[in-house]
Design a binder for this molecule. Structure first.
Ligand code: FAD
Length: 355
């Protein structure tokens, strides 16, 4: 069996982002890398979106970028501008293609379907798999979306809708999310924040059809792509091993109150690459600092106990200045911005959870 200097377990978003960052920074000229990935082929499977608060390597994979968005609760809509930190959507198909085309030029990089095909004894491992990924009783952001195409110009592609809470909540937290890629094409997702035990929340197709046909009033459309997924809103467990760093969602890169992960993965990849020569001795990378972990923990406790209050809580959060709320949700806020967000929260509901 072949030995490698580095092994990446899981060639998904985090594994490939790291391999790409290492490659473009010439860190794999004299080092070998094995990527363990069981999938047979790479094709578009996800749509990664985020406010662009930092530069990243994938500008050429951006499907669409917006400077404006809305958030709705029944009877009220807030319009928010985000020109300085546009909201970008990455097409995972383009992302995979760009990275695979770059990696295959380097003979030191090899793909394998199974970890048993390589000798892991003396390698440094970057692992994107976790031990408790299937804990259904915990809190998840679970969702499904249709990308639809219409004959007529029905969407305003200058503005996207981040959260539309004007829908059945079923004693949970539920909203629709609409990304208009053009006047005739949009991705519409139904999103729940709940455990995965309640099957009645998971008739996504019915929810989407009902929203598109009766709420958006679009009767004639073609579904060109579907996306279904679940992001764990709890820390994934992983046995700590020497010579191993966990990456991606399994490495704690998901912001638990929002599910946003993509840019955190990019920052982690840059940190590992910068310190790769002596990575064993470098301190653990923390992008989601104790401050955010503490605040998110309280937020999620409030969410679990008071799902009926959450639409108003999210809405009020967005009454802060756009840069304040975007920085806060993207882990880039300063002390004053944190206070501004905290001051918008209903005091007693949160204090009860702190106590
Ligand atoms: C549908 C969806 C949409 C999302 N949208 C957003 C978004 O808009 N913005 C955002 O910031 N975040 C988003 N996320 C969250 C997060 O960015 C993604 O989940 C991201 O893909 C996480 O990267 P990862 O490398 O940790 O996991 P993955 O990308 O899932 O990679 C894990 C890889 O491991 C492979 N694998 C599985 N089993 C094995 C095995 N036994 N051995 C080796 N490899 C294995 C898988 O095939 C996969 O390629 C989304 C998540 C999902 C599921």
């Amino acid at each position: 069996m072949r030995e490698f200097d580095y092994i990446i377990i899981g060639g998904g978003c985090a594994g490939l982002s790291l391999a790409y960052e290492l490659e473009i920074n010439q860190k794999l000229k004299d080092k070998s890398l094995a990527i363990i990935e069981p999938r047979e082929e790479y094709k578009r499977d996800k749509t990664w979106s985020f406010w662009k608060v930092i530069d990243h390597n994938f500008e050429d994979c951006v499907k669409k970028s917006w400077d404006n968005f809305t958030i709705n609760i029944p009877g009220n809509t807030k319009h928010i501008e985000c020109k300085n930190t546009p909201y970008q959507t990455i097409d995972s198909g383009l992302f995979y293609l760009k990275i695979i085309n770059t990696l295959k030029k380097n003979k030191n990089i090899n793909f394998f379907k199974n970890i048993n095909e390589v000798d892991i004894k003396d390698s440094f491992i970057f692992n994107s798999l976790s031990d408790n990924h299937y804990d259904k009783s915990n809190l998840w952001q679970h969702f499904s979306g249709f990308e639809i195409e219409t004959d007529k110009d029905l969407f305003d592609d200058k503005i996207f809708n981040l959260m539309d809470f004007d829908c059945d909540q079923k004693n949970s937290v539920h909203f629709f999310y609409t990304l208009p890629f053009s006047k005739k094409k949009a991705l519409i997702e139904t999103t729940w924040l709940s455990d995965l035990n309640n099957n009645s929340l998971q008739d996504y197709e019915k929810q989407l059809k009902d929203y598109i046909e009766n709420h958006l009033n679009i009767k004639k459309y073609k579904i060109s792509f579907t996306e279904t997924g679940a992001i764990p809103l709890f820390d994934l467990r992983n046995e700590q091993k020497i010579n191993q760093i966990n990456i991606g969602t399994a490495g704690g890169m998901t912001r638990l109150s929002t599910g946003y992960t993509f840019l955190n993965i990019q920052e982690h990849s840059k940190y590992i690459t910068k310190n790769i020569e002596n990575i064993k001795n470098h301190k653990k990378f923390t992008i989601i600092t104790k401050k955010y972990k503490y605040l998110d923990n309280i937020f999620l406790k409030v969410l679990k106990k008071n799902p009926e209050k959450m639409s108003k809580i999210f809405f009020k959060m967005f009454l802060s200045s756009p840069s304040t709320v975007i920085n806060f949700l993207s882990n880039k806020s300063n002390f004053f911005e944190d206070i501004a967000i905290i001051s918008k929260m209903p005091k007693w509901t949160f204090i009860k959870e702190i106590i």
